[in-house]
Design a protein around this ligand. Structure first.
Ligand SMILES: *[C@@H]1O[C@H](CO)[C@@H](O)[C@H](O)[C@H]1NC(C)=O
Ligand SMILES: *[C@@H]1O[C@H](CO)[C@@H](O)[C@H](O)[C@H]1NC(C)=O
Ligand SMILES: *[C@@H]1O[C@H](CO)[C@@H](O)[C@H](O)[C@H]1NC(C)=O
Ligand SMILES: *[C@@H]1O[C@H](CO)[C@@H](O)[C@H](O)[C@H]1NC(C)=O
Ligand SMILES: *[C@@H]1O[C@H](CO)[C@@H](O)[C@H](O)[C@H]1NC(C)=O
Length: 386
């Protein structure tokens, strides 16, 4: 059996500067199927509910590309490093090409379906369980449609790619904010995390049941460092850390991550053929925010694209918002001058420069559990030896 592997024998974690993923290209990794929220949405929410407005996309795509960023997301850098085109959103019927995977993530997605009352509105109805249904449907139908030949053969993945694909997950942030929006206390938010992770694990098992074997799971980032939380829930100086982040929200994110790691460990026991990698994206993002200058970035937690307030973020005037002045539409929430030296894009999401930096940290496995898991490393064992 020829499966890919990203196991690295070398126990030293020195970073080599090989093109990320060169190793996996030699292996039989054929596709990426991604599940998540806006941290990895490449056009799902935009396709269903309207485009992310300009200046999203300003740095790289030069037009709004369905991403909530000035450019590419971590998932884009992963796809590129593995030699694949950027992932098309499953929901996007215009110009999509799914030959090497599909993206089921949508901005605002939660693991648990939200009760659609007013107080829980604002989240995507495409929660993780729905994303799994879409994936399952995609898998079944692409097999038959591909058999029709012609262009379908070029646009849909081969049947065997599903067991030779990387399944990536980045979701959970919105499950945490959903509780705070209902005015729950941190203790109450913590109390429902096991339920969130139970539903998360069910989806991993579902994908495994469909033949998925290679899982790359990002934990959730430092929620307390994001302007949309800092603006909505003002804190006293004592409740803030040295880098302008709200301690309580970061603690709840860390608690979520601890439980997520335990859930992944349990899944390893339950799914013997699965290779599950847990990636500590929290630590990478927090390192960047807390040492912004050291890594060539400016302004820590202040949003690049926005308008007003303490963090250049106003929830009623988010990035791209415009106003009618003397009969003319004027954009009031604009991009900062140089997004390439900024970490936070719009108060909720990261800039392309930050996403690239984060990708560079995680690609070699230094933040992975098991620590030997890497997306690309010249020291890795050949695939067949796995
Ligand atoms: C690898 O890349 C990093 C960051 O781009 C750089 O600082 C370092 O000098 C490079 N190392 C080698 C061996 O080229
Ligand atoms: C929605 O309501 C149902 C029934 O009350 C409850 O079991 C479920 O946990 C709720 N979901 C969320 C995300 O709060
Ligand atoms: C779809 O993408 C694949 C991989 O990049 C490419 O080989 C193929 O030509 C594309 N098909 C169409 C119809 O664009
Ligand atoms: C949460 O508290 C705020 C401020 O007291 C209030 O305006 C809002 O209606 C509350 N939300 C819910 C869902 O109870
Ligand atoms: C945020 O935007 C709203 C609506 O435009 C405005 O009324 C409010 O004053 C703004 N808040 C701040 C802090 O600038």
């Amino acid at each position: 059996m020829q499966f890919l592997t990203w196991l690295v024998i070398s126990t030293t974690l020195t970073q080599s500067n090989v093109t990320g993923g060169s190793r996996l290209r030699e292996c039989n990794l054929r596709a990426i199927f991604n599940f998540g929220d806006s941290n990895s949405d490449t056009g799902g929410l935009s396709a269903a509910f309207g485009q992310a407005p300009p200046p999203n996309g300003i740095t790289f795509f030069h037009y709004p590309s369905g991403r909530f960023s000035d450019g590419r997301l971590i998932i884009d850098f992963i796809a590129k490093s593995l030699g694949f085109p950027y992932l098309s959103a499953y929901l996007d019927s215009v110009g999509s090409n799914f030959s090497h995977g599909a993206n089921f993530a949508t901005a605002g997605s939660t693991v648990r379906p939200q009760n659609r009352t007013k107080s829980q509105s604002g989240y995507s109805p495409i929660s993780l369980d729905v994303q799994f249904v879409q994936f399952s449907d995609f898998k079944t139908r692409s097999k038959f449609v591909r058999q029709q030949g012609g262009v379908f053969k070029e646009l849909l993945p081969r049947e065997e790619y599903f067991s030779e694909a990387l399944y990536t997950f980045d979701i959970g942030q919105n499950d945490l904010t959903a509780g705070y929006k209902l005015n729950l206390t941190t203790e109450q938010v913590k109390a429902y995390i096991p339920d969130v992770l139970g539903q998360f694990s069910s989806v991993i098992k579902g994908v495994y049941g469909e033949g998925g074997r290679w899982f790359w799971i990002h934990n959730t980032g430092p929620l307390g460092c994001l302007p949309y939380m800092l603006d909505r829930y003002p804190m006293s100086p004592a409740q803030m850390d040295d880098f302008g982040c709200a301690k309580a929200f970061n603690r709840v994110a860390q608690y979520f991550n601890k439980k997520l790691k335990e859930a992944v460990e349990k899944l390893r026991e339950e799914l013997p053929e699965a290779k599950l990698t847990y990636v500590d994206v929290y630590r990478v993002k927090y390192t960047l925010i807390s040492h912004a200058q050291k890594y060539g970035f400016d302004k820590g937690v202040i949003a690049c694209c926005g308008h007003g307030g303490k963090y250049n973020f106003n929830n009623s005037e988010r990035c791209g918002a415009s106003k009618r002045v003397n009969g003319r539409e004027i954009v009031i929430a604009k991009s900062c001058k140089d997004p390439t030296v900024r970490i936070i894009w719009d108060g909720i999401h990261y800039t392309e420069a930050a996403n690239n930096w984060i990708f560079q940290q995680i690609v070699y496995g230094s933040f992975s559990d098991p620590p030997t898991s890497s997306l690309g490393d010249t020291n890795s064992r050949s695939c067949s030896e796995f």
